[in-house]
Design a protein around this ligand. Structure first.
Ligand code: CP3
Length: 397
């Protein structure tokens, strides 16, 4: 599969002057400089699914509102995004939305069933189904841009991470019609009708790339592509049938740049001299950092980096030093606390976190996160304590 004929040149654009990276509000933050490969004094930390059911204030706000309606209500989405930043003091917000939002905005019949996940009205199984998928008019992304703008105005110098689902993970829901363990129907289609598969991947790449680009243009300072279910694939299938579509989606944000000038050129403060010194080696013309994450993707790490990511997110199955080795020792990592240990006694969790931080030193730089999302039953006080603990630990190698 190849999308060589697609011209992405028109996507090269300098971010608006009011963008937090361009203004310098977030460009020297621990998260952004660490994503750019500079190890500072402290390890930045945020949690996948930090916004959501683990927070009583979230559960209260969501009463009577369906998940996708909450995502499309700009004020509600913004407030939910801010909740974990206020409560835990994490180093980043992640935009409250869902990977299926761009499908919904394009007109696909999709809903999110509590306790289950995305469910499609009509699974996409044939070439005809693929041809019938609606075109996304980018104007419908306005509620997303509005929610992002509201959020970054409230966040000050804390960066917002924009995100999108990778084409394969979206296609897995479309073809299966809902959540699936092994994604058999999607894996069958990619081999039984390669042309329909390529067209489906191009469609998902287009809508998800537009969703991600809209978030960055509206003020997000980094991007994370979730290929949650890519771990179901062999390396050969991932490389030939999926990676080109992920690269196409990311090409929509690769061309978005900002200029680090004045105070932005020197990240950090006098107390963060290592970061400031290292920053001198960074170019002043910089790209928005991109993280790529998947579950059970230990065999795919290099291929996932090669689609155009700066940082690779590692799940809890593989230690960070081994992940770094597989990536040639030169790639910034994010991860990988086992979410199961959030419910363990504190000394057990603390020992695990120290081990993760220690193994993370094998990589050039490391952002602490979980190896997958926060389980809904997590005690939020544990997450707050974890943030304080990580911030109390020296990050230097
Ligand atoms: O804090 C954050 O991480 C930001 C918000 C976010 C959500 N979904 C909110 C959400 C993000 C980044 C996602 C991405 C997402 N959605 C992924 C990729 C990440 C991953 O988990 O691997 C996937 C696979 C989905 C699809 C999806 N949406 C699932 C499997 C579910 C769970 C269904 C359930 O009820 O257990 C959802 C719903 C969803 N997305 C919730 C939240 C907060 C729960 C809905 C609720 O609270 O009612």
């Amino acid at each position: 599969m190849s999308f060589d004929t697609i011209d992405t040149g028109h996507d090269v654009q300098v971010l608006p002057v009011s963008h937090p990276l361009q203004e310098g509000r977030t460009s020297a933050s621990p998260l952004i400089t660490t994503y750019q490969g500079v190890r500072g004094d402290v390890t930045p930390v945020w949690f996948m699914r930090q916004a959501g059911r683990s927070l009583p204030e979230y559960r209260e706000l969501r009463v009577g509102t369906e998940m996708l309606d909450a995502c499309l209500n700009s004020e509600l989405a913004s407030e939910i995004t801010l909740q974990p930043v206020r409560r835990h003091g994490v180093d980043a917000a992640i935009f409250f939305s869902d990977i299926v939002v761009p499908m919904k905005l394009a007109g696909v019949d999709v809903s999110i069933v509590p306790g289950k996940g995305p469910v499609l009205g009509h699974p996409v199984r044939t070439a005809r189904d693929v041809r019938d998928l609606p075109t996304l008019d980018e104007a419908v992304l306005a509620p997303i841009s509005e929610a992002v703008a509201l959020t970054v105005a409230a966040l000050g110098d804390t960066p917002l991470i924009g995100f999108a689902g990778a084409p394969f993970t979206l296609a897995a829901y479309l073809v299966e019609g809902g959540p699936s363990k092994d994604h058999l129907a999607a894996r069958t289609l990619m081999h039984s009708d390669p042309a329909a598969w390529a067209e489906l991947m191009q469609w998902t790449a287009t809508i998800t790339g537009a969703f991600l680009r809209a978030q960055i243009l509206a003020g997000a300072s980094a991007a994370q592509l979730f290929d949650s279910w890519a771990g179901a694939l062999s390396l050969a299938d991932y490389t030939s049938k999926v990676a080109p579509a992920s690269a196409l989606a990311l090409s929509r944000v690769h061309g978005l740049t900002y200029t680090a000038t004045g105070a932005n050129v020197n990240v950090g403060t006098a107390s963060n001299s290592r970061a400031a010194a290292a920053d001198e080696q960074l170019p002043t013309e910089r790209a928005v950092p991109i993280v790529h994450f998947g579950v059970g993707t230990g065999e795919l790490l290099k291929a996932m980096h090669d689609v155009g990511a700066d940082v690779v997110g590692i799940d809890y199955r593989i230690p960070l030093d081994e992940a770094s080795r597989r990536l040639g020792g030169s790639v910034t990592l994010q991860g990988n606390i086992d979410p199961a240990l959030l419910a363990a006694p504190w000394p057990v969790l603390e020992a695990h976190v120290l081990d993760v931080l220690d193994r993370g030193k094998a990589a050039p730089a490391h952002v602490l996160n979980l190896g997958h999302g926060v389980p809904p039953e997590t005690d939020p006080a544990v997450l707050t304590r974890l943030v304080d603990f990580v911030h109390s630990q020296p990050a230097g190698s």
